[in-house]
Design a protein around this ligand. Structure first.
Ligand code: ADP
Length: 640
């Protein structure tokens, strides 16, 4: 076969071009990481081969020692990283190096501003990978051959990283992949044995397989002409997680994370556990990333841990180990308790997997609890990145509901800022002696929550209310009925127990309040039934309110009805739910109500009623059914 058989020139997918640009421009100050990335890929390729060879040993082709070789050629100004891992077919090379398969990439890259400094942080959310080769190279050649195919099925891919690449069929005797970097002008510092060794030990000491370099001649030794090249291992080549914990430094943990997660940034924390004996032998090394990946909310995105069985890599992204609400965790599980020939199907509902999963969930929740307690600032970072994901926990994980609830953080009227820093324990510690419930309000936005009319009576009596405005919050409170024996109560639901809220009032004041309320009920009886007739089937009921001080009116849900926010959420998600009507509450002390009561003109009474009802809807952060009619009514009254 000629070297250029079936040579084609193809274009990179548009996203690849953007990503390449991003990588090259964001990482110029940390160039050396190209080697870590390429070694990580080589090591993944070796893991994959080792796994496939479990069921098809022919793939090993008499070349059973998996290793990575790093070499350089000063004259040609190239660095080569070779592995004898799984390799790639022609189609795989085109797919893997010419396109980005991750869904959501286009949307993610659309966020790029073109300002290199601003865009640099985006790479942390994406991962660096193969394209980091172009940080130091102006041409990259990849020669690969898939394990199990004959030597003429080799492929040669080449690109200068601009818009195109070429691909051709070549002969490749050995299985695996060679990556040849043709260095840019000015990058010669990397053509240096000591420099490369330092980078390898710094970043790749504990990947599973040896990273080899040419053995250097001893000082006084003159290399013989044509002597065979001798290779030696530069790294330690033992999986980090099998080492005794007390021999591992923080730096090593961090580097391992970067390899494992293909993340450019350091992890926030980790938990390393080696459990021996008993009926569940396993080692886990779990990492909490410092930032959310761009595709955290992508529905089809796979999450999960790497599974090793007896040190052999079995599968990536094993979702069965983690509930969905902990999908941000990265890491490995290595166990002797599962058979080597396990398949993805067997992983479903396997009792050992279920046991491992419970153990891992506990480790993760313990880790989070420890950070929350000892390092609140770090916890705040975690919360900002992953808080909304953790809020899925109480609905998903019944068994750990209380443990997850302890980790939740909310905005609250205690600070009145949007920062989610209040825990349920904080809240309880500030509860009034007579207070029995944990109060919250849900709204579309933080501002709508903060200025909700429902809060008026609580503010007046200095009772803290949690301000919930994340989309998931309604779902959360729907599944978290109580915490530490205290009911979670929406301030917009049901009748308020004024005794509990106005606990600072004396008995006499309370009695006076009650009487005033009764009196208002009688006095406004006519108004209430009139309003009811006007609003008709838009409301479930109309009644006098005891929760308002400044606002004329508000909407409330019946105790057992679905909250208004949740209704809106489910509707937005396309669910067909029967409309649940609100209760319309009126503040008898408000001047507008007095005006309403005194209004003799039927039309004006009706307009004012509709306006009050519309205002109450708006105060919920919700939308009016007929905004134009609302505006024209307001205008009519303004002109009066
Ligand atoms: P990632 O590793 O995050 O998937 P990369 O851009 O680093 O992204 O690599 C893209 C894909 O190319 C990898 O997922 C893998 O399938 C393939 N690949 C890269 N390097 C190698 C290699 N040395 N051997 C085999 N396949 C490789």
């Amino acid at each position: 076969m000629t070297a250029n058989a079936q040579k084609e020139t193809l274009n990179f997918q548009a996203e690849v071009k953007q990503l390449l640009n991003l990588v090259v421009h964001s990482l110029y100050s940390n160039k050396e990481i190209f080697l870590r990335e390429l070694i990580s890929n080589a090591s993944d390729a070796s893991d994959k081969l080792r796994f496939e060879a479990l069921s098809d040993s022919a793939l090993l082709e008499n070349d059973t020692e998996l290793k990575i070789k790093v070499s350089f050629d000063e004259k040609a100004r190239t660095i080569t990283i070779s592995d004898n891992g799984i390799g790639m077919t022609r189609d795989e090379v085109i797919d893997n190096l010419g396109t980005i398969a991750k869904s959501g990439t286009r949307e993610f890259l659309a966020h790029m501003s073109g300002d290199q400094k601003k865009d640099a942080h985006l790479i942390g959310q994406f991962g660096v990978g193969f394209y980091s080769a172009f940080i130091i190279a102006d041409k990259v050649t990849v020669i690969s051959r898939r394990a199990g195919l004959t030597s003429e099925h080799g492929v040669r891919w080449e690109s200068n990283g601009e818009g195109e690449y070429t691909i051709a069929n070549v002969d490749k005797a050995s299985r695996g992949t060679d990556i040849i970097l043709h260095l840019k002008e000015g990058e010669d510092e990397f053509l240096n044995d000591w420099r490369l060794r330092t980078i390898i030990t710094k970043y790749s000491d504990h990947i599973n397989i040896p990273v080899m370099m040419r053995k250097l001649p001893e000082m006084d030794e003159k290399p013989e002409e044509n002597a065979p090249v001798e290779w030696e291992s530069v790294n330690r080549a033992t999986a980090l997680w099998v080492l005794p914990k007390n021999t591992i430094t923080d730096e090593q943990y961090k580097e391992h994370y970067k390899h494992l997660a293909h993340d450019y940034e350091e992890p926030l924390a980790w938990s390393h556990n080696q459990v021996e004996g008993g009926n569940l032998d396993y080692t886990s090394l779990l990492y909490l990333p410092a930032h959310a990946p761009f595709d955290l909310w992508q529905k089809d995105k796979q999450h999960g841990l790497k599974l090793y069985i007896q040190r052999v890599f079995i599968m990536d992204q094993v979702e069965q180990f983690l509930p969905h609400y902990l999908r941000f965790m990265r890491g490995v599980v290595d166990t002797n308790a599962l058979p080597l020939n396990i398949s993805r199907e067997i992983l479903q509902d396997n009792p050992t997997i279920n046991k491992l999963r419970s153990a891992l969930v506990k480790r993760i929740l313990d880790l989070l609890e420890k950070i929350a307690k000892d390092e609140p600032e770090k916890y705040a970072t975690f919360w900002q990145q992953f808080g909304t994901v953790l809020k899925e926990g109480p609905a998903e994980d019944f068994a750990n509901r209380a443990k997850v609830a302890k980790l939740l953080r909310f905005a609250s009227t205690h600070t009145d800022t949007s920062a989610q820093t209040t825990s349920l324990d904080d809240y309880i510690s500030r509860m009034k002696p007579e207070q029995k419930k944990i109060y919250y309000v849900t709204a579309e936005t933080f501002n709508a929550a903060k200025s909700s009319p429902h809060l008026e009576i609580f503010r007046k009596n200095n009772i803290e209310v949690l301000l919930l405005s994340d989309r998931i919050d309604e779902w959360l409170v729907n599944h978290l009925a109580e915490y530490e024996g205290k009911t979670l109560q929406s301030v917009a639901k049901g009748e308020l127990n004024i005794d509990e809220i106005a606990s600072t009032e004396t008995e006499k004041e309370k009695e006076e309040h009650k009487q005033a309320e009764e009196k208002a009920k009688v006095e406004f009886d006519g108004v209430i039934s009139h309003v009811k007739t006007i609003l008709g089937d838009q409301v479930k009921d109309v009644r006098i309110s005891n929760r308002l001080t400044n606002s004329p009116a508000c909407l409330v849900s019946d105790e057992n009805d679905m909250g208004l926010q949740l209704q809106r959420l489910l509707k937005a998600a396309g669910q067909d739910i029967a409309e649940i009507k609100p209760i319309f509450e009126l503040n008898p002390e408000h001047p507008l109500l007095l005006k309403l009561k005194a209004e003799a003109d039927q039309e004006r009474f009706s307009d004012l009623t509709h306006i009050l009802f519309g205002q109450a809807i708006l105060a919920e952060g919700a939308q009016l059914k007929d905004p134009a009619a609302f505006v024209s009514r307001v205008n009519k009254l303004l002109l009066d």
